[in-house]
Design a protein around this ligand. Sequence first.
Ligand code: F6P
Length: 347
Amino acid sequence: MSINERIGILTGGGDCPGLNAAIRAVVRRASMDGTEVLGVKNGWRGLIEDQIEPLTRFSVTGILPRGGTILGTSRLNPFKDQALLEQLEANWKKYNLGALIVVGGEGTLSAALDLWRERGLPVVCIPKTIDNDICGTDFTFGFDTAVTIVTDAVDRLHSTAESHHRVMIIEVMGRHTGWIAAYGGIAGGADVVLVPEHPFKLSKVCDLLLKRQAQGRTFSIIVVAEDAHPHAEEDFLNAEQNTQIYKHEQLGGIGNILAQEIEGRTGLEARVTKLGYVQRGGSPTPFDRVLATRLGIKAYEMTQAREWGRMAAVQGNRITSVPLAEAVGHLKKLDEEIFRVAEVFFG
Ligand code: F6P
């Protein structure tokens, strides 16, 4: 007999591969105890607007390999407006939820923490994002799939770059951290990796490209994270470019500017590939499926142990739980050791 006979689950923020694996794991583990699971649609919006429906082991059949989320998602923050909060609490009561499992990135987890702290609502969280930028957990699911997609792209771009003797620039996601760029760059054998944690000097990048050319290496691969910035000493972006590229809600465009600058400064021909949402789409890798499944089961068990205001996490290869307060508030920046590994292969 379960402690909480009815729990809810929602997915918020940007989608990522592995969300369905986590939903399935929660439902399957809950069904062992006879716990009812309600699926809240479209992130917090579903709880505010009463978009809620039961999930059974039959409704989660076949979703393990599917990308995206069968529940839908949104970036709506319930703290935007007092009226939204009241609606959310009214529906929470209406459905008599014993707990809510919130699957999200930084924004969604912050709102979950506030609901627990300020309103006493019993929440348990699961971290997700392709960006791998959540503190308290070594990895988030979605990241391995994104890195696999970036690696495949870099592999493919090598052959066309080589044939045409070009500088190939691949712009990747990651929001304010360089995890995807660094892992994708190392795995794909990039000649330069530019990340937000290390502002770059374009003069150095150009020197390196010309040196490669002089050595007879007639093509180069640059992986650039969407939020990579020029070093303050060599900022070549004008105000308009700055506002265009570094919009928090939708970053992107540094790759195109880099290509123009590199062509102008070196005379080498440059091309850009912006991988965009391809990095977030499609089927999760086995690693992400297993991680999401383990975190889903842990989160369900946390609801039964009444571990409120905490997040399921992976540390080393152990599944554990950490206070949500440790996970939100700041981002997990790219590990210096990883960047140093990438740097060995620059040039
Ligand atoms: O946080 C995941 C992420 O895919 C980032 O890498 C990217 O900058 C952002 O989401 C894009 O967000 P949206 O789906 O709102 O355009």
